[in-house]
Ligand binder design. Structure first.
Ligand SMILES: [Zn+2]
Length: 380
């Protein structure tokens, strides 16, 4: 610790060598790396927002796992998503493996013809189902054999559903992150005092927390970046001091720090690219007023839905990054496996190189075909 005195912005105690603690300004569980020893005391760190922090981490865990975001503490768990056909699939961390959660068999009569559709996890499961149907005389042996031959292996692609939203129980954690950043940068604990009850879970968070979307972003978008961001802006002119909180480039919340702001102009931004694992420079002005926030909150439903394509577009961009990452991982495996066909250290003759090249070519062909099939499906 240096000679300056620091005080916990939650309880007001002086922070000393004895009670200091490592507080992550953005949750480490979602890949936040910025931290501070001079904003919260140890007791408050232990007591505050533990449930809210855990809830926020849980609500965002789809993206955390999917993008394989690095965090200090690993809490691996599977995600249940849906694929494009509506089947539930299990997504392992990093999005590396996507398996059906359970088999799906439907059967319906269409104009006197029985249509059976099956989505199963493996060949053995398929054989089991066919055996049962044979026993019940729902199929002939010939038909069963034909199904076995024609069964095709498809990859599951997860689609986002509305359940990936941030819940109200997580709101205190968002407010705490905003206060953390403000105090870390300014060491002005008095200004964030009104936020403390909400962080402690003692107030209706909606008083200070506003969901917000944009039709166009207030900063230049860089392709391939997925960011957590805290932007604090305030001016006497707008009369508002607020923090814009962005998670995974998708979720945006505004935390109102002072709605009667008369202090000097403030503009500071911290942006962390979770995919590249590094801080990025982002500077912009967003002179919001309290009226802007209230107006957005009170939008009639049919006006509000006009903002949703923005959210969808950003979520799609994140998914595209996952696709790219996954393909890179796979390509790496393909090359390794191709070279592993030959004894280590052996000479790579043109014939051997041709074998490696063919494997790589096959891989790209597969990706291109898959991508074309998906585009076709989206069109229909
Ligand atoms: Zn404290």
């Amino acid at each position: 610790m240096d000679d300056k005195k620091y005080f916990c912005y939650i309880c007001g105690d002086e922070i000393t060598d004895k009670n200091c603690t490592d507080e992550h300004i953005i949750l480490n569980a979602i890949g936040g790396h910025l931290h501070s020893y001079t904003i919260i005391c140890k007791d408050c760190n232990t007591r505050m927002g533990e449930t809210a922090d855990a809830k926020l981490a849980e609500d965002l865990s789809f993206y955390t796992d999917f993008l394989g975001v690095k965090k200090n503490r690993q809490n691996e768990h599977d995600q249940i998503m849906k694929d494009e056909d509506g089947h539930e699939i299990i997504v392992k961390e990093g999005g590396k493996s996507l398996n059906l959660r359970k088999p799906y068999v439907t059967s319906e009569d269409k104009d006197g013809v029985r249509e059976i559709s099956m989505a199963v996890r493996n060949r053995k499961e398929l054989e089991g189902f066919l055996k049962g149907m044979l026993k019940r005389k729902e199929l002939t042996q010939e038909q069963a054999d034909e199904i076995l031959v024609k069964a095709k292996v498809t990859e599951h692609h997860p689609v986002l559903n509305t359940s990936t939203m941030i819940s109200t129980e997580a709101f205190p954690s968002i407010i705490k992150s905003a206060a953390n950043f403000y105090v870390d940068r300014t060491h002005d604990t008095a200004t964030v005092k009104p936020l403390v009850p909400y962080i402690k879970g003692q107030g209706e968070c909606k008083d200070v927390l506003y969901l917000h979307h944009f039709k166009t972003l207030p900063y230049p978008e860089i392709k391939g970046q997925v960011t957590h961001m805290i932007h604090i802006e305030g001016s006497e002119k707008t009369g508002l001091l607020y923090a814009m909180m962005e998670y995974y480039s998708i979720y945006v919340y505004m935390v109102v720090i002072d709605r009667n702001y008369t202090g000097k102009d403030v503009n500071m931004t911290y942006t962390y690219d979770v995919v590249a694992g590094q801080e990025v420079d982002r500077n912009f002005d967003l002179p919001l007023t309290m009226k802007d926030l209230e107006d957005f909150r009170n939008l009639p439903h049919d006006e509000y839905v006009k903002y949703l394509p923005y959210v969808k577009k950003r979520a799609d961009a994140v998914m595209a990054i996952w696709d790219l990452k996954k393909n890179q991982d796979e390509l790496h495996d393909v090359i390794e496996n191709a070279f592993a066909k030959f004894p280590e250290g052996c000479e790579m003759t043109p014939e051997r190189m041709a074998v490696v090249q063919k494997d790589i070519f096959d891989f790209f062909e597969k990706i291109i075909l898959e991508s074309m099939a998906r585009k076709e499906k989206r069109r229909n």
